[in-house]
Design a protein around this ligand. Sequence first.
Ligand SMILES: [Zn+2]
Length: 349
Amino acid sequence: MSIQKLSSVLAQKYENFPKGKFITLVILRTTQSETIFRTEGSGERICSEAVQAGAPQNGYDESTIQRLVMTKRKQVAPERRFGREHLRAHELLHTNKDGSLCSLNTNAPCEMCVDCFLYGFAAGGGGAQKSRIWTEDAFSVLPSTDTLADRTINAIYENGTMRLKREEDTKASTSLNTSEYIKPGVHFLDVVTLKDVTSDEMRYIIGNILFTSRYGAVSSRVGRMENQILGVFGSICELPSSLELVQATYDALPKPLEHPLNTKRLIQASKEVISTWKNKRGVSVQLSEDEITALIADVEQHWSEEERDNFLKRLNQSYEPWRQVATESKKGKGKAKKEDASVVGNVGN
Ligand SMILES: [Zn+2]
């Protein structure tokens, strides 16, 4: 039902050329445990950005606050990994030119699997596929002063104590490990845009988002996060950004605000903000609460034990005509690589 309502903004089948169909997902991401978002290497502070507290309109909060940032990469990498685990389990990852199985973060993507077709790749061999999942940095509602905490631990020597056995060494360990973390119960608001996707592609992407539960530095103790879909829109252009959403929601909340924010009240405020989006230029569809619930049930059904194999294989099969075109053009001589790039690649423009 709700999928039908989106039919005007869903692609009928995968095609090589952009069609100006946008689906926007408004997502609330809430930390359920201590969470650590750090760029590679330790010792760096958790990513944050100074931005205006409220949205630029009448009566907004003009003060500047430091908001935590969940970068695009921190969102997408674990979500892709979730989908790819299942592609692997159902033997739907393809082999690349070197004969090895498609894998993330290598220079040899297979250019043939569901993940490559949807999330894109930059290949050394001349091909490139732009991602059709457009993400932005997500921002915390509350400032980093409320949402971060530090823990300082004395490094423990291998003998399990903070002192070495040597007699001359009577000093306690001074190498302190300070680890900064995001508190549990911190909310990030996020806008994810799907560009020219089919209904099965949308089910795949939403599944990746809803079923992924660990982000950032992952261990059995940290990084647990819950994702909720607050809104689904269809349009011919992009909708307001994650930052605009978080600022407008901040304005809509009764002050003073302090951690932990009441999730119910926050969801209510966000929904009030996005309810005005249906009047924005280019918006043709907004799913109601019931329709969002039905859409999520539809996604869960497709990902269920009974249907998953069928669903993933059908999605995989939908790219078959394009794989054949790519393989044929590769067989050509001379400018084969260039043809390959123009046939398979450059979905974005
Ligand atoms: Zn691949």
